[in-house]
Each structure stands twice: as structure tokens, then as C-alpha cells.
Design a protein around this ligand. Structure first.
Ligand code: BTN
Length: 278
């Protein structure tokens, strides 16, 4: 993506809620940090503004991890400032994941699945991570920054440092899967349009529709998983998510644990060979 294609993109998205204002930068520390600074410094509403960087020197992943962000990836942050309550935040992760997964599938034909809460996988390998930063006071959400890190036009094999970041399931990129480069501005436009569509569903309170669509792409249900919630590590079988986006895990003692925050690692055992959920 270059500045000309970003200008075209902004023109095409004029009047739209998301992507009508894009800050496009060469190399910065992190689009999340840049967006946070913009919010701190600006008195103007920034709803729908997007920050895109060609490269990040200090990209941030979930749970305090580093996110390696070489040239060729799609590294961006989207600011939302309307309509949201703290309860909706897990669903924001779902609509972001759905928007990106749908866009990947549409532009490339690749089957894209998701892993709770918001990793996207192709052939079981991570292709995209999503980090949602939130600033809220009590029941009021002031700002949400959706950070999307999509491994696009580079090869994971060229980047040894990437492999350390995501556990045994490994990582992949669109280039590795397709063997060719895709037009990043087209993919970005699709993501904005789809996010706007799913965001409209959220505003209409169609949470169940969103959660059901998200479940259809889910990789984990019925499978044995290990969860790291930042404090504990525990194992169990992923049963499903409820309409608040909370993950239910059946532990070995038969009890069901609800998980609001954490990282899921899949067991190598495929679900077909595993015993019943009940
Ligand atoms: C994860 O850990 O899976 C989430 C990764 C999110 C990375 C993106 S890249 C664009 C935005 N800027 C950041 O510093 N992080 C997010």
C-alpha cells in the first residue's frame, strides 16, 4: 500500500463511518500507541479514524506480548467512540474477527477460522491477531481502539522471530498461503465495509446473530484446550461461548469454568477422535 492508494481508499470511503479518515505512516512504534496519542491530544471526535503503518518497531500483542510487524503486513488501528458499553466489548472482538475473516475469505478464497477470543487461523496457523484497547469510566466507554495485525505480503519463513510468538500452532501469512501478493488497499477497504456492517448489527443489538456467525467460524469447540488467563493455566474441553462472548470450559472434574480473558492453546488431538462433550 502506498499513499496514492490510501488517498483513493479515503475517497472511496467518503461518508462511511469507518475509514473516511486515514493516517498512513511509514514506520512507527505502534499504531495502537499512535491512536492513543491522537485521542489524548485531540478535542475533536475521532470516531472511525484509522491509523495504518507500513511497519511497526514496537507492535503490541495481547497479554503484553510483542507483535513483530515487518513491511508487507497490514498493521492498523481503528478508533470507535460511539454506542459502546463495557458489556459489548467481547462482541467488539467478535465483529472485528468476523470482518477480517470474511474479507480474507472473500479476497483470497482461503478458509479462515477463529480461535477465541480473536485470533484468526488459516490451516490451523495464525494469520491475524486482534488487540482491543479500551478506555472506560464506570459504565461509560469513551474510546475503543481495535488493533488489527494481519500477516499479509511477507513470508513467515523469512522471519525467525515470528515463530516464537504464537506457540506450537505456528504462524502463516497470505503470501505463504497463496504464493502471490494481494492488493492490500482492496483488502483494507473490504475489512472497513464489513466491520461497518457488523457494527451496525451490534448497534441494533443483534448480538445473537453476531455470536452465531462467529461460532460458525470457530476452531475450538469440542476440542481439548489449555487456557492461560494471565494468572493460571488450566486444561479442559471448550464447550462454547455465551451471548456475552464468555468462553465455557469443561474441566476434568466435570465443572464448567467461564473464561472472560485469556489465551487458548489447542490440543493436537483433532476433535473427531475425541470423546463426547457431555
Ligand atoms: C495478538 O496478540 O494476537 C494481537 C496482535 C495485534 C497486533 C496489531 S498490529 C496493529 C496494532 N498495533 C499494535 O501495536 N498492535 C496491533
Amino acid at each position: 500500500m502506498d499513499s496514492d492508494s490510501v488517498k483513493q481508499l479515503q475517497i472511496a470511503l467518503k461518508g462511511k463511518e469507518i475509514g473516511h479518515n486515514i493516517h498512513f505512516l511509514d514506520k512507527i512504534s505502534s499504531t495502537q500507541n499512535y491512536a492513543t496519542n491522537l485521542i489524548e491530544k485531540s478535542r475533536l471526535p475521532l470516531h472511525g479514524l484509522v491509523v495504518i503503518a507500513k511497519e511497526q518497531s514496537d507492535g503490541r500483542g495481547r497479554m503484553g506480548r510483542k507483535w513483530i510487524s515487518p513491511a508487507g503486513g497490514l498493521w492498523m488501528s481503528i478508533i470507535l467512540q460511539h454506542w459502546l458499553t463495557p458489556k459489548m466489548l467481547p462482541i467488539i472482538q467478535f465483529i472485528s474477527a468476523l470482518a477480517v475473516a470474511d474479507s480474507i475469505s472473500e479476497i483470497s478464497g482461503l478458509a479462515c477460522t477463529n480461535k477465541w477470543p480473536n485470533d484468526l487461523l488459516v490451516r490451523g496457523k495464525k494469520i491475524c491477531g486482534i488487540l482491543v484497547d479500551v478506555d472506560f469510566e464506570g459504565n461509560r466507554v469513551n474510546n475503543v481502539i481495535i488493533g488489527i495485525g494481519l500477516n499479509a505480503n511477507f513470508s513467515a519463513n523469512d522471519k525467525d522471530d515470528l515463530a516464537n510468538l504464537v506457540g506450537f500452532s505456528g504462524i502463516t501469512t497470505l503470501k505463504d498461503e497463496l504464493g502471490y501478493y494481494i492488493q492490500l488497499s482492496d483488502l483494507t477497504k473490504l475489512i472497513f465495509e464489513k466491520l461497518e456492517h457488523y457494527y451496525a448489527l451490534l448497534k441494533e443489538n443483534k448480538i445473537k446473530v453476531i455470536v452465531d456467525l462467529w461460532k460458525q467460524r470457530s476452531e475450538i469447540f469440542g476440542r481439548q484446550v489449555t487456557i492461560e488467563d494471565g494468572k493460571d493455566v488450566f486444561e479442559g474441553r471448550a464447550l462454547g461461548v455465551d451471548d456475552n462472548g464468555i468462553l465455557q470450559i469443561k474441566l476434568s472434574d466435570g465443572s464448567v469454568k467461564e473464561v472472560l480473558f485469556g489465551d487458548v492453546n489447542l490440543s493436537i488431538t483433532p476433535h473427531a477422535s475425541e470423546p463426547n462433550l457431555t
